[in-house]
Ligand binder design. Structure first.
Ligand code: UT7
Length: 333
């Protein structure tokens, strides 16, 4: 039994104003609105404008301001920033430090980037929970901020239809004594043998950008969609099962399922395995597409703000992504 329990103190999200419809994507590659909707559930996505400051740290600043307001805390109350992104502002300094700067945090709080692709925010949430439960930290900000348009290949119809930009921020703190909030179970995983199914190869030490390969698809995401799809359904269902079993609970006791928003068919397949009604799953993939590690915190914030998610309810969060990484959290909000 831990000394403390973790409470979600406040949440916020930001998506760039520019909407890109499926019809617009159809002008770039051989696809159609109908195909994209039938195979993915996506209708439109948001595209960040870096000139307007909407790089990962900039989007995170806007989402964080909403989360501070919701949590009723000041930026300088944050003791640690865990920042998940697959497309950082730059290699270093890390993007968490850029956010510290933009938020005007002057307390010297710790800043760490997490690279676990679409599962990154779940990894961050889990680390934050451990640090809060141990008593080491009282207030931690967990960010998922993604500019997928920075690595999307607008010539590849297998991938470019899927992704969008945006950010979700969650502020975690100690639950006051006597409150029911807390993490019930969690799981983190990765299967590196399947890593080749979803990659952005270029720009690092293994495949440096050279005069020969600059501007080619080594700087873009490559994916075997079918393999990722199969693995996503299998691992998310297995993680949910494991968490429920550890907690001696059933899916009927879960109020809201908040899965990674990659494809409506993946969400439906996981929900079907548990006979879980789809109207108890939080889904926004039709409006924002796959914003990588930002999908779960954005979806959770939307459902908190519109009153679907209420204090005391049980939430099941699950994600998967490049790595192939995966993870889940079962919690009392
Ligand atoms: O955060 C993790 C990120 N990644 C994912 O979550 C990806 C998971 N996978 C998926 O979402 C799906 O596999 C896709 C949406 C990517 C693809 O759907 P699918 O039902 O697996 O289609 P497919 O790859 O089997 O392709 C079926 C057909 C192919 O044509 P043929 O070979 O049957 O003639 C493709 O060439 O559809 C074709 N196709 C398209 N047609 C129109 C593939 N992409 C498109 C497209 N528009 N955008």
């Amino acid at each position: 039994m831990s000394a403390y329990q973790t409470k979600i103190l406040g949440t916020g999200h930001y998506v760039p104003p520019r909407i890109m419809t499926n019809d617009e994507v159809s002008k770039l590659v051989d696809t159609s609105h109908q195909w994209i909707v039938e195979r993915t559930g996506i209708h439109e996505r948001r595209i960040a404008d870096p000139k307007a400051g909407d790089i990962p740290s900039g989007m995170a600043m806007k989402a964080a301001q909403k989360a501070f307001e919701a949590a009723g805390i000041q930026p300088n109350d944050v003791e640690l920033i865990l920042f998940s992104t697959t497309f950082p502002d730059m290699f270093f300094p890390n993007t968490a430090t850029q956010l510290q700067l933009k938020l005007g945090i002057t307390n010297g709080c710790g800043c760490l980037d997490i690279n676990a692709a679409c599962t990154g925010w779940v990894y961050g949430f889990t680390l934050a929970d451990g640090l809060i439960r141990s008593g080491m930290y009282k207030t931690i900000m967990v960010v998922g901020a993604e500019m997928t348009s920075g690595f999307n290949n607008w010539n590849d119809r297998n991938t470019c239809i899927l992704f969008g930009d945006g950010c979700g921020v969650t502020i975690l703190g100690r639950a006051p004594a006597g409150e029911a909030s807390g993490v019930i179970a969690h799981v983190l995983g990765a299967d590196a043998t399947k890593g080749e199914h979803l990659m952005l190869r270029g720009g690092g030490a293994a495949v440096p950008i050279t005069a020969e390969n600059v501007g080619t698809d080594v700087q873009c995401v490559v994916m075997d969609g079918k393999e990722v799809f199969k693995s996503a359904v299998k691992t998310m269902a297995a993680h949910c099962e494991q968490m429920l079993s550890e907690a001696h609970m059933t899916m009927e006791q879960v109020d809201w399922f908040i899965p990674h928003q990659a494809n409506l068919r993946i969400i439906e397949a996981v929900a079907n395995r548990f006979n879980f009604p789809l109207d108890k799953a939080v889904v926004n993939v039709e409006r924002f597409a796959n914003t990588s590690s930002a999908t779960v915190p954005i979806a959770m914030d939307e459902a908190i703000r519109d009153g679907r998610i209420k204090r005391g309810q049980t939430l099941m969060l699950a994600a998967f992504g490049a790595g192939l990484t995966s993870g889940g959290v079962l919690l009392k909000y």
